[in-house]
Design a protein around this ligand. Sequence first.
Ligand SMILES: [Zn+2]
Length: 401
Amino acid sequence: MYARPMMRRRGRPYAAAHGRRVFILFFLAVGAAFGTPPEWRVIGVESRSFVSLRDLAAIYGMRMTQLAENRIQIANASQSLRFKTNSRETFVYGTQVWLNAPLTLVRGHWAVDHVDVTRLLDPILRPQLYLRSYRAAVVLIDPGHGGKDTGAISPSGTLEKDLTLDIARRLRTALANAGIRALLTRENDRFVELGARSAMIARIRADVFVSIHLNSASDTNARGVETYILPAQGFQSTHAGGGPSGMTTALNGHRHAAANAVLAHTIQRYLRQQTGLPDRGLRQAHYAVLKDATCPAALVECGFLSNPQDEAFLRSPIGRERIAVAIAQGILAYARAIASTQPPSAPPPATFRPPSAPPPPAPVSPPVDNPSLPTPTPVPAPSSPGASMEIPSEELPRLVL
Ligand SMILES: [Zn+2]
């Protein structure tokens, strides 16, 4: 448990909220300023910047459709985004994603905050533009809590710290079977300071950090899986309502914002598809391990110990294996996205092997730190979208439990 993400708050159309004080500026986005291709028009409104859904649809070769009074879809044959007006709730490839700021009516057009385009949606849709300098050879798995810190406790007495360690061990095995070196921040039931967990990233030269937690809420009906990343710089946590905040400090985790989004989205997608647990989405929160992470990082809440159905699933070894394998598959999809940015001579991307399969040889190259925010390579406006992260269900590996 890291928080109780039950609070939701709707935003208002920006124009309605600010009336006559709104002024509009149109200019072409400068790629160097935001690390994105100069393809969309940025609409400046006071200190905020937006991109219209109409522009996004044109860039991705998508068709814009009004699904209902408050729901808009932009989609093509292989990719889809569904938005809810005045809301941060959206769906990318069918997986829920909570934006940093609500979809806003700007000058008569529904628009997404520019930071959500550059730090969330475009990286998920076109990961090949953002992952060139990244690796996924070494993964640091962080079993939440431990020792005197039990984490959440279910009504039947199940301790979060025990199940997070079990899931972490299973995840390590699944990754090792796919040729990815994985280490744990704690190997047993002991207390580890949050700062010490983040510090391990540099010490072992980890390429990916994934923290494992279980949720709890006063509403016992709340259930499902969610994956957290650090909010965009200057924006609030999802459960705090979203939108800009006064906290504008640049944190370590902000250096990897685009990679964080790709990693968390692939993990959440596989969790949704493989576990059968309700999809609560990719969310944002200022958790300490995410703020301090010096490599791409995500925190997974694997279900609610406060919900009887989720607790039964989490107490079951088969349930925990399903969760671990789904997270491993998400990390491997992230690794394949990185591999797709490499020259043809690079090693092929890791593929999932069931836990019973013999482990493949260890990675050839030594791991390296990710030194800085990657600089995406600008490309001409495509007539068709880039490499899709969508994986047909028939290609998903079978679970061996
Ligand atoms: Zn926790």
